[in-house]
Design a protein. Structure first.
Length: 198
């Protein structure tokens, strides 16, 4: 099974207060599977809720600048975000970059790119419920990028969503290992200054 390299960004939380909301503005190159998008929102939402955040999903085209969030991020989905058939005749490299988030002057910026075609290459096609598996993988990749943004770090942890590499099976199985504070390498999350869309 191939290993994947995730370039990421994540969140910060003060417990005992209303969970900070993160506006996640999404945009797709191609029409995605509705089931995959629903599964992605649920998976990323469950992960971030367990870390003390609430995700508010919006289409990028819905941005009118009239809503406020503790933090915002724009996530562009490149390629085909639906799991159909294995890529024909192409060998999967040992490592693939599944997503990236912009960094400037040592700070993580609220702009991420998820590479759906790369994710499709590493997912096991024997998995039941292909569109849900794709969505679960997308949700975990998005949560990984949110980690970098909200913690404002380019570093990775040795386990959980903050790991530098995940294989295809880790992207779709083992839910318990991606929940709670241990998901972020044991870091205590604290609220960062909010950012805003330009």
């Amino acid at each position: 099974m191939s290993r994947l390299v995730l370039v990421a960004a994540f969140v910060t939380v003060i417990y005992g207060q209303k969970p900070p909301s993160v506006g996640v503005f999404i945009d797709f190159d191609a029409v995605p599977s509705e089931r995959s998008v629903a599964a992605m929102k649920k998976e990323a939402g469950d992960i971030m809720t367990s870390a003390g955040y609430q995700l508010d999903w919006r289409s990028l085209s819905q941005n009118r600048g009239e809503e406020s969030f503790s933090n915002v991020v724009v996530v562009k989905f490149r390629g085909k975000c639906r799991l159909e058939y294995p890529a024909e005749g192409s060998e999967v490299p040992d490592t693939l970059t599944l997503a990236s988030t912009l960094v400037a002057d040592g700070h993580v910026l609220p702009y991420s790119e998820v590479r759906c075609d790369e994710i499709r290459k590493v997912l096991p096609y024997t998995a039941q419920g292909r569109q849900q598996a794709m969505g679960r993988a997308l949700g975990r990749v998005v949560a990984h990028e949110l980690y970098h943004l909200l913690v404002d770090t380019t570093k990775h942890a040795g386990k959980g969503m903050a790991k530098a590499t995940l294989n295809g099976w880790e992207l779709i199985t083992g839910k318990e290992s991606f929940r709670g504070i241990e998901n972020f390498g044991g870091q205590t999350l604290q609220r960062l200054p909010s950012n805003s869309l330009p």
